[in-house]
Ligand binder design. Structure first.
Ligand SMILES: C[S@@+](CC[C@H](N)C(=O)[O-])C[C@H]1O[C@@H](n2cnc3c(N)ncnc32)[C@H](O)[C@@H]1O
Length: 268
């Protein structure tokens, strides 16, 4: 058995993507995966945030008989990961779902919704591919339609939030999901600007934020759009609701001795 990180496949390497802390994830989940057999035979690994399939590729390579159930709500991610993981054949089942749908996804893969998973991994947030695909509106550094949906086929967009939410709701999400000090001031400015013309592109919002956030705080608080873009992304994708439903569902899905790892790079 090889216990080394493998190189990204050419399709994923095109996105410059290397999975984060893969060795540590493997170290944490290995005791559960190898409890019966070093090869992972009989073990089921759920990657709840498949993304470009980087972590899954590592697990499937290190444990040559491990079975993967990979979940993502983003159809583009599933297509790329599907190509990347094709060489692992029928060890791989990919399901398009929000991760709190883990129980139904397991049933669709022929497993029990509870007690059937050996190890699960959740690498929370947005993927490098989603940030790099300029037209999806996640990045404040490029002008794009204000979309930000991880599943571009359903739900409201960031433009819908800006153009329809009340002052109170805008201020609440900016403060709660973006930890933005100037939430009230930004909400007032958004309401004023949308009365003239609805928001459509990220550049309009970035320009408003440069105008509204005092220059002095910009020197210490990072890019002025950072917190507002995070808040809109969390709201558009119901990220915290989805996560609070996913944690108990993931724990219920675990077999006796199973393990789950959750990775997050934001403070919410
Ligand atoms: C940080 S990336 C994962 C990267 C992945 N570990 C890899 O190695 O390529 C997070 C992924 O989770 C997906 N995602 C985020 N929230 C989700 C949710 N509630 N349900 C399903 N997928 C979600 C995103 O679409 C994105 O593809």
């Amino acid at each position: 058995m090889v216990d080394e990180e493998v190189s990204p496949s050419p399709s994923a390497a095109g996105f410059g993507h290397v999975p984060v802390m893969a060795s540590r994830c493997i170290e944490l989940l290995r005791p559960a995966i190898t409890a019966e057999n070093d090869s992972g035979a009989g073990a089921v690994f759920v990657d709840g945030t498949l993304g470009l399939g980087g972590h899954s590729e590592q697990f499937l390579s290190v444990f040559p008989e491990l079975r993967l159930i990979g979940l993502d709500r983003d159809p583009n991610a599933l297509a790329i990961a599907g190509d990347r993981l094709a060489r692992f054949g029928d060890r791989v089942t990919l399901v398009r779902t929000r991760y709190d749908g883990i129980g139904d996804a397991l049933v669709s893969a022929g497993l029990e919704s509870t007690g059937s998973v050996t190890a699960a991994l959740f690498d929370l947030g947005v993927s490098s591919m989603q940030l790099d695909e300029a037209d999806r509106g996640f990045a404040y550094s490029v002008d794009a339609p204000l979309d930000m949906r991880m599943d571009p086929t359903s739900g409201i967009t960031a433009a819908d939030v800006l153009n329809t939410y009340s002052h109170g709701d805008l201020a609440r999400i900016l403060k709660t999901y973006g930890e933005e000090r100037f939430a009230g001031k930004i909400a007032s400015e958004v309401i004023r600007q949308r009365e003239r013309a609805p928001f459509t592109t990220s550049a309009e919002l970035v320009e408003l934020l440069y105008r509204t956030i005092p220059a002095a705080t910009r020197r210490t608080g990072g890019h002025p759009a950072k917190r507002t873009f995070q808040a809109l992304r969390v709201e558009v994708n119901s990220e915290l609701d989805s996560l609070s439903a996913a944690v108990p569902a993931a724990l219920d899905s675990l077999a006796l001795g199973g393990r789950a790892v959750f990775m997050s790079y934001q403070s919410l």
